[in-house]
Every structure is written in structure tokens, then in C-alpha cells.
Design a protein. Sequence first.
Length: 435
Amino acid sequence: MLAAMPDSAPSPLSVGGASPRDGGAAGTTPRVGGDACPGTLRLHRADDGALARVRIPGGVLSADQAEALLTAAARFGDGELHLTSRGNVQLRGLGTECGGELAGLLTAAGLLPSAAHERARNIVASPLAGLDGSLSLGPWLTELDRLMCGSPAAAALSGRFLFALDDGRGDVDALGADVTLIAEGPAGAALLRIGAADEVFRVPAAEAPRAALRAAEEFLRAARDSGAWRVKDLPDDVRARLIGTIGAASGPSVPRPRPRTATPPAPGLVGTAAITADVPLGRLTPTQWQLLTDTARRYGGELRLTPWRGIVIPRPVPRPEAADALRTLSEAGLITAPDSPWTGVGACIGHPGCAKSLSDVRAEAGAAVGVPGRLPVYWSGCERRCGHPHGEWIDVVVTPDGHRISHVRGERRDPPTTVGNDSARLAAAVAEARA
């Protein structure tokens, strides 16, 4: 659980022309003007109303905090809650006048501990950490968030800058974070990765959160003249100097290439330690969110939102009752088994929620759902590809000429195929690409 840290009172909400990305589109994003990433104190104007993004470090929510988010969605928005590719929550359909009330509700729930840092609190964590024999990341998560909210310099981090805490399995290490901490067995050591570097630095586990924050602050100094939002945006020579500077202040370097593909938790039961469920297209109705909250309250009071638009509920009761809970979640429309046709299917908000989208990609993704594929697929209504996955995946992008389908492997992209606006041909082409 993340405790709220005292800070200055939230300022009134403002609405700006912020990008709705949470995870970023392909390519680099140089800094132009102020940080326009949406948050809860700065909303994004969308065609379906204003959008707020609530940062949930590590994806960890108490049942009471989940209830507060549901209240906010019902009182100020369209009632639905959307999960992002960083384990955050977006509220849509908001009125621009909700400002102070929304901020007050989230502050009271411990979801807005620092007005100055609310868009900088981007931390993903291995969602099964501590549940299946792996190391618990709770102390790192709590300490890193506390240190970040106490650092005046960290308030200048872009809303796109990302920290990752990996329990050693490589799941969130593969997500392309700017600063990654990796647990290294029971020996009391941690590995620190900067950007996509193939080498990591060994630091004492007790000092790992402070080392991660120092790395982020060092990035800000390096980025001052380059206009970079993220480590990958830095010029090659500046990035090399940054890594060298951080290495000089850390322990010895160790070769460890970043994993190419992330492996999310499979929906279902994790032994007797957790229930996991994925959310079709990351979109939760009030009824579904309430059911998940009630289930979490019954089984320990915590939910963990995953970067793959899923939810882990730790500490369920014995297997027969947990199986009943899974069945109830399945009947509510959630993904509770790996063989679900929805497994691995994602999409941006599309039309009509986004003015830039060329089609209703969520409806198209639903129409194309069939036999589960080997590879995940992500549907984007325009070239920005908001919220796209990392690693290996099938990229479907709507263009004026039809749907462009390509196989992405990290930084590599196979020659694409373009399919016209024929739903049957499109579904067949996507299924073939995923096989």
C-alpha cells in the first residue's frame, strides 16, 4: 500500500491540449514548451469530454481508493474507468468545471499526495511480485514514491518519463522504462538500468530507490540543453555521458540486455496466492469495477493494475472459493482464462472519443476477435498509436487507404500489408498475422 505524503494543496484543475498517450507513440518526442501530458490537475480535451489520468504507482490500489475512483467517474465523468499501458486509470467524459472537487476527492483518498509531482509519479512494477515466490517490491515502491514526492527537482520530470521495478522475472524490464530497478535474488543487491542500455549497475538493494531517483535527477541535468523528454530522446553522446556519470556513482556494471518481450500474468489463478483478470480493451463499466473492488475487499483489500490492462487481486481464499470468484468475474465480461479470444487484443480509444482517429477501432477489434493468436495485436486509429505495447506484437493502424498491418519486433518492423475496409478480409489478415 502506498501512503499519502503531505505536500502543498492541489491547484485548481486546468484543461490543456495535452496528448492522451500513456506509454508514448513510436519514435522520439523532443521537448517543446511545457509538459502537456494529462493528469488530474491538467485535463486533456477529447471529443467525448475532458480526460483525467490518475497515476497509480506500481498499479497498487486499496479497495477504498478503488471506491473513490468509481465515485469520481460517476460524479464527474461518464462512469467508466479505463486502464492504461502503465497501470494508470483514466476518467473520461469529464466536465471542465469539476476541477477542485475532483482534486479534493483524490487527495482525500491518498491518490494525489503531491500536486507538484502528480504527473511525474509514473512507476510500473511486476504485478505478481511477492505472490509466487518472488521478492516483494512494496518497500522499493513506497520509498521511491516518497523520495520522488520529496524531491523538488523530480517535479520537472515529464509525464512520459517512466520508472520500472522488476522482481527479476523481466516482465516490466521489457517495457522500455527510462530507469529500471531489477531485484537480484536474495543477495541484497539490485540492478539499475538506464534506458535501453545493455549493461546494468549493481547497487545495494537498500539504496536502490535512492539510486533510481538520483538517476532521474541526473537525466534532468543532461536533458537541460537537449530538449529531451525521455532517455531515448537524448543525443547518443549525451546519453553515453549520462550512463557513464550514473555508473561512476553506482556499483560495477554487469552485462544484461533488456528482454525483448514482456510476459504479462496469465489470467486465472496464481496458485492460491492471487486471482488475475484481464479487461477487454482496458474499459471497465461501473458494475465491473465495483465487482473487482468487492472481490478485493473480500480477499485482502488490495488490487494491482497491470501494464497490460489487467488486474491482480492478491491473497484470495482457498482454491474452490477463488474459482467461484473467477467464474463471477468471467460472467461479468472479464478475461479469466488464457484461451479467451480477447487475450492479447488492445486498441486506442478511437472514434468517436478521439478526433484524430480515422475509425472506431474498438468496434473493429471486437468484430475481428476470434481464435486467440500467438502474438498480441494492437489497433490504432491513427499514426500516433497511443498506448501501444512493447516487444513483439502485431500493429494495426488505420490509414486513409485502409488498415496497415505489420509485425513489430522491438525496434524492427516487417514490411506492412494494407487491407481495405472489408471486415471479413481484415479479420482474416489479423488472425493470420497473429498466428
